[in-house]
Design a protein around this ligand. Structure first.
Ligand code: HEC
Ligand code: HEC
Ligand code: HEC
Ligand code: HEC
Ligand code: HEC
Length: 376
């Protein structure tokens, strides 16, 4: 009964507050909301992401206006439909809202970028749950037993759930925004180079939204829920290291490092991003630091570096695709230990300086993905 009354209370609040949709979800999905609030998706707007703001400030303006809205703040309908960017609640609180992602019905492929097709329905959401796939859409049901003394409920009193959208099972739901972002010269400036294959063991969702401890909803306790903070550069970075493998082989010149990438996309392809490999040899009480290897893609035109919107070529590409071999000319001796650390910077120090972002310290910090020591 108490639960029923509190539900009525929530529904009452909901019918009056429609402005910040995601805040409504918080009532019943507090853990997921808390994670989402720290995620790069909640922080994708110019208000919340200093790097995005700096780039947009420098970006040439034209009649289309804030064209970034399509992926960075699609929940702000004014920005999306008119290109006029103004400070408002949506930009701050939910530029990519809970309801937005959960309403993506399909992804239409396009030359310059893909486009999300929404179901256009309020309070009808898609999700993936293998044991409910094939069932009809789930609506709220209550069942009384013991002459009405015990009330049981199933599904959500606030929304319907559709478990049959394949895009939520294979990861394609992410590809409306993450597939490619081409500039006017048809050059991809936020390259992921992803290939979704139905035989893959992992998907965008299992790697970046792994199941973590805690209930997905308050009304029915579950042990785990999908992590909505998004594992990656900003959160749970070390967990991502398990999808990257190192193999070291000694040779006559020194040694060769093979990096195997078990994800289905290139690593560090976003403009100005930088992967950093640090290597040191521990020889007795001596530590020999080797020159760090930088994984990056430098965008250019006529062989000169230019801003992403002017680029039509890569003038340098040291990214990790399926695998990467790196040769080191430092000879290894018996008894040596070789320590390798792979990390990632959201933006290189040089670019942070050029964009006037040196005050935002954390953005150039190396976040460690993996560290491993080999003995010889
Ligand atoms: C009044 C409480 C309530 C509110 C508000 C609410 N939900 Fe739910 N939601 C539930 C319940 C209950 C379930 C069913 C979970 C289950 O089947 O065990 C659910 C399930 C879901 C699921 C599917 C989870 C699964 O695996 O079955 C998604 C996705 C979802 N909600 C999204 C949202 C979004 C987005 C919002 C805000 C726009 C929202 N919910 C607001 C109660 C709520
Ligand atoms: C087709 C979708 C799409 C459009 C349109 C788009 N972006 Fe992005 N942008 C993304 C995605 C996806 C990422 C995350 C990529 C990653 O982390 O590899 C991103 C990341 C970024 C980043 C890096 C943010 C960070 O904190 O690391 C910047 C800066 C950026 N975009 C600027 C812009 C600007 C400026 C515009 C508009 C002129 C724009 N983007 C338009 C999809 C898009
Ligand atoms: C970037 C897109 C995106 C955003 C934003 C997003 N979700 Fe999800 N959500 C997903 C995907 C994809 C899944 C399916 C995960 C899976 O396969 O278990 C999911 C799963 C869920 C589930 C089921 C959890 C489970 O473990 O099965 C709930 C409940 C949910 N989301 C609620 C929310 C709420 C509430 C918000 C906002 C606070 C939100 N989502 C924001 C993409 C998103
Ligand atoms: C097998 C696990 C795995 C799968 C599957 C996977 N990823 Fe990743 N992803 C990673 C790892 C590891 C990184 C590197 C760590 C980082 O940069 O955050 C990464 C990085 C990223 C980044 C940041 C890239 C950058 O520019 O630095 C984005 C965005 C991303 N993945 C999106 C996706 C999308 C979308 C899919 C589905 C098409 C996907 N991932 C599938 C493991 C995976
Ligand atoms: C509406 C567009 C949109 C959708 C849908 C979307 N993303 Fe993103 N994603 C973005 C943008 C924009 C950014 C960059 C935000 C920023 O930093 O400014 C981003 C950033 C990321 C990052 C890198 C940042 C980090 O913190 O490591 C990962 C990983 C990522 N998304 C994974 C996913 C996955 C997995 C899905 C599908 C479940 C998904 N995204 C769906 C737009 C989207």
């Amino acid at each position: 009964m108490k639960l029923f009354l509190s539900l009525l209370g929530i529904l009452f609040i909901i019918s009056f507050v429609e402005a910040n949709d995601s805040k409504i979800c918080q009532k019943c999905h507090p853990l997921i909301y808390g994670e989402y609030y720290q995620s790069s998706h909640r922080k994708a707007s110019t208000v919340n992401d200093p790097i995005h703001k700096a780039l947009w400030d420098k970006h040439p303006k034209n009649a289309k206006g804030y064209s970034c809205a399509k992926c960075h703040s699609p929940s702000d309908l004014k920005a999306l439909n008119t290109g006029v960017l103004e400070y408002n609640e949506v930009q701050k609180e939910e530029p990519i809202s809970c309801a937005y992602c959960h309403s993506i019905k399909d992804v239409e492929e396009g030359n310059l970028s893909n486009t999300n097709i929404l179901n256009g329905k309020k309070r009808e959401f898609y999700t993936a749950q293998a044991d409910k796939k094939g069932n009809p859409q789930a609506s709220y049901e209550t069942k009384s037993s013991w002459f009405g003394l015990v009330k049981e409920s199933r599904n959500s009193p606030y929304h319907k759930i559709d478990y049959n959208n394949e895009n939520f099972y294979n990861g394609n739901v992410c590809m409306g925004c993450h597939s490619h972002t081409d500039n006017e010269h048809s050059f991809d400036i936020s390259m992921l180079d992803a290939m979704i294959d139905k035989n893959d063991k992992n998907t965008c969702i299992t790697c970046h939204m792994p199941q973590v401890i805690g209930t997905k909803v308050t009304i029915h306790e579950t042990k785990t829920h999908a992590y909505h903070g998004i594992a990656g550069i900003q959160h749970r970075t070390k967990d991502m290291g398990k999808y990257i493998e190192f193999k070291v082989q000694k040779n006559a010149q020194g040694f060769e490092l093979k990096i195997l990438n078990k994800s289905n996309h290139a690593l560090f392809g976003q403009s100005f991003r930088e992967g950093v490999l640090e290597a040191k040899i521990i020889r007795g009480s001596k530590v020999i630091e080797l020159k760090p290897y930088i994984f990056t893609r430098v965008l250019g035109k006529d062989d000169k570096e230019v801003m992403p919107w002017n680029a039509n070529m890569s003038i340098k590409d040291t990214l990790i695709y399926a695998k990467k071999d790196i040769m080191f000319t430092q000879k290894l001796q018996a008894g040596d230990k070789l320590n390798l650390t792979l990390g990632v910077r959201r933006i290189s120090k040089q670019k942070a300086k050029e964009l006037g972002l040196i005050k935002s310290k954390n953005i150039t910090k190396v976040k460690v993905l993996k560290t491993q020591t080999f003995s010889f």
